[in-house]
Design a protein around this ligand. Sequence first.
Ligand SMILES: *[C@@H]1O[C@H](CO)[C@@H](O)[C@H](O)[C@H]1NC(C)=O
Ligand SMILES: *[C@@H]1O[C@H](CO)[C@@H](O)[C@H](O)[C@H]1NC(C)=O
Ligand SMILES: *[C@@H]1O[C@H](CO)[C@@H](O)[C@H](O)[C@H]1NC(C)=O
Length: 384
Amino acid sequence: MKLPFWINEERTFNGLLYARSRAKRLFLYFVLISFLCYLYYLLNSLRDLVPKPLEEDEDTSEIVDGTPAPPVSEFLLSDESERLTRKVPVTHVFVNSAYYYPISKSLGRNAIALHMIVDSKNFDSKNYSFGFVGSNGTNSEAGLAKSMAYETPECRYSPTVAIGNTIENLIKLELDSNGTKTEIPFKIARFTAPKPVIICINPQFVAEQWQTFLMHVHTANRFGGHLHVYIVSIVNGYFELMKEYERQGYLTMEMWLRMKFPSPGSQFFEPNMNSQSRNSAMTDCLLQYKEATEYIAFFDMDDILFPLLYPTYLEEFNAAWTPGASSLIYGRRSHQFVKAETLTEYNFHRLVDSLRTLEPEEERVVLKPEAHRNSWEYTGMENK
Ligand SMILES: *[C@@H]1O[C@H](CO)[C@@H](O)[C@H](O)[C@H]1NC(C)=O
Ligand SMILES: *[C@@H]1O[C@H](CO)[C@@H](O)[C@H](O)[C@H]1NC(C)=O
Ligand SMILES: *[C@@H]1O[C@H](CO)[C@@H](O)[C@H](O)[C@H]1NC(C)=O
């Protein structure tokens, strides 16, 4: 993993901003003339045409939706050299999200999925059973959720999904650590989706490239895909624009959390800085749509996919899918385009005319969610 994000908050936002301004865009007409692959989505950026969003030392907090980043608490362990070796007296587990599946094709009846990051140095997260108690109003039942962890040696915390089965009509879920119970809010997994293809979009930080978004949302809609967009922070006008698209059914916005610890009170490694949060949203998306949709794609906002052989994503994926496959891999090329400064100037045709094809980039993945329990085997690739 070489995400530069979690060094400190200010660098986080600046790093991301610059990543954004280097952002790629996609492209349409490249796809029409190419028959080598069946799909491409493209992106790219014109660094020079993109206005410099913020200077390095400018205060970013005013354009960050929500509260500014909290100061790194004196309680946090920050000694880099000990990050991967030091044992701490208490083993921390942070639950990103939890889902309940009354029925599931692959998980059995009354399954729960705990989507967490766990302290991988303090205990063997790869082979651990998390005790939990499920209650349904009349009965309570203890259970064990088995972890499936992903080793990230550069990070203190390892992403983990733990799966277990519990009581029917679950209304309360508690993690049980040697007798100490902590209630975990959970959601019932989705059983219907607006479209058979859900495109999960990685968390948006200080998002401002609305031009790319417009291109993406219309393209996805045209080919029968629905965007599920994770949002951490976004400039206000862009947020309002996205809200309008959500009202009209083009996409779903999901406010993605950052873990915040105003006064943690014990010594621990700060999870935002010591984990890989980017993939965690994709795993959440997978778990949430697992039973609801035919295909899931893990994309960035500026990854846009154009089917070449069929008029919809669904038909294209069905045709490309072979028995026993675990995923579809799509090649990707970056493209530059001339960016409209205002919504009034925005013109799809002009944008397409200005596209310039650049170099090939890392692939992107589409999969059938029913057989998968985490995203990192796929989205992890690019960070290794
Ligand atoms: C996992 O843990 C169980 C019991 O704690 C043990 O029997 C088993 O061998 C372990 N498996 C692996 C792969 O380490
Ligand atoms: C709670 O679970 C028990 C055991 O599965 C079941 O017999 C009971 O009917 C459930 N209660 C409710 C209110 O669903
Ligand atoms: C669990 O609780 C028991 C009894 O309170 C205690 O003896 C034991 O050390 C605890 N185990 C852990 C791992 O904290």
